[in-house]
Write a protein that binds this ligand. Structure first.
Ligand code: PAF
Length: 283
């Protein structure tokens, strides 16, 4: 089915007026926060938003505060016109595309730190990343005031950090995770996959294959330590490097696990050439 492009808002008051008008009519509002460079994974989130709510708002903002000084902020892909065209396929109602000064005026002084959950995994190798994410997501939730916000499970630690911040700060929004969308060969969809050259793209699905194999062995009762050591060796032999982490964690608290008894996740981050890939699989 083809739809119109969503209405684009770059002015906060206009966005609020539109959302409040929907609310007055009793219409539920679902937010899908993104940094643009939309791919089929994002479109699945928007389709999910339209399935569970009456109105879907997609935010597009490449958030500088979640990138480290040597990360890819400058080269992160940006093409809002193409994103709006893609959103027309989904029936999204609004695109919130704030300017940098709306998000971070020159004297912006506030930062939201979520302790504990942010200490390992990506938090260990990307200092400040989750403070940047928690701060910008809190702002987006306050700007849009949705009933529900959707996040992909691919960024699993991010999802748990956001859940905790929203609970701790009584933001009054329901946070829902949506399963990762994958290519046919298992590679998790990511805006950063476009950085991969052909040889790297051929190797990239090994990350998911290793995670899936470890998850299956854990389910069968194996201990994590030897499986993780083998997994790192396999990824390194395949051409990944450095493997920043490959770990088994409790799905809610993110505490490290040696054996799995309840809901858990195997999570990894590894470079393939200049591209950092992350992925995780439920145990
Ligand atoms: O997952 C992302 O795209 C970003 O981290 C988010 C949640 C939009 C915050 O900038």
């Amino acid at each position: 089915m083809s739809h119109a492009r969503p209405t684009r808002f770059s002015d906060r008051a206009a966005l609020r007026a539109a959302v409040e008008a929907w609310r007055r009519q009793g219409e539920s509002v679902v937010l899908v926060p993104t940094m643009g460079a939309l791919h089929a994974g994002h479109l699945a989130l928007v389709a999910h938003a339209k399935a569970i709510g009456r109105r879907a708002v997609v935010s597009i903002f490449v958030n500088p505060t979640q990138f480290g000084p040597s990360e890819d902020f400058a080269r992160y892909p940006r093409d809002v016109a193409a994103d709006l065209d893609r959103l027309a396929e989904t029936g999204a109602d609004a695109a919130w595309t704030p300017e940098i000064d709306t998000m971070y005026p020159p004297d912006f002084s506030t930062r939201i730190e979520v302790a504990g959950l942010t200490e390992g995994l990506c938090g260990a190798v990307r200092p400040g990343h989750f403070a940047g994410v928690a701060t910008v997501v809190t702002k987006l939730l306050n700007q849009v005031r949705p009933d529900i916000a959707l996040f992909g499970e691919k960024d699993f630690q991010q999802l748990q950090v956001i859940r905790r911040a929203v609970r701790d700060l009584d933001l009054g929004v329901e946070i829902r995770g949506v399963p990762t969308i994958r290519e046919a060969d298992g590679l998790a969809l990511s805006s950063r996959n476009r950085y991969l050259d052909a040889a790297e793209r051929a190797v990239a699905p090994r990350l998911h294959a290793v995670l899936a194999r470890i998850a299956a062995a854990l389910r069968a009762g194996a201990a994590a330590g030897p499986l993780l050591a083998e997994g790192v060796a396999e990824l390194t032999a395949a051409g990944f490097g450095p493997v920043q982490y490959l770990e088994v964690r409790d799905a809610e608290t993110l505490a490290p696990l040696e054996r799995v008894e309840g809901p858990a996740r195997v999570l990894a981050a590894a470079y393939l050439g200049r591209t950092r890939l992350i992925d995780n699989v439920a145990v």
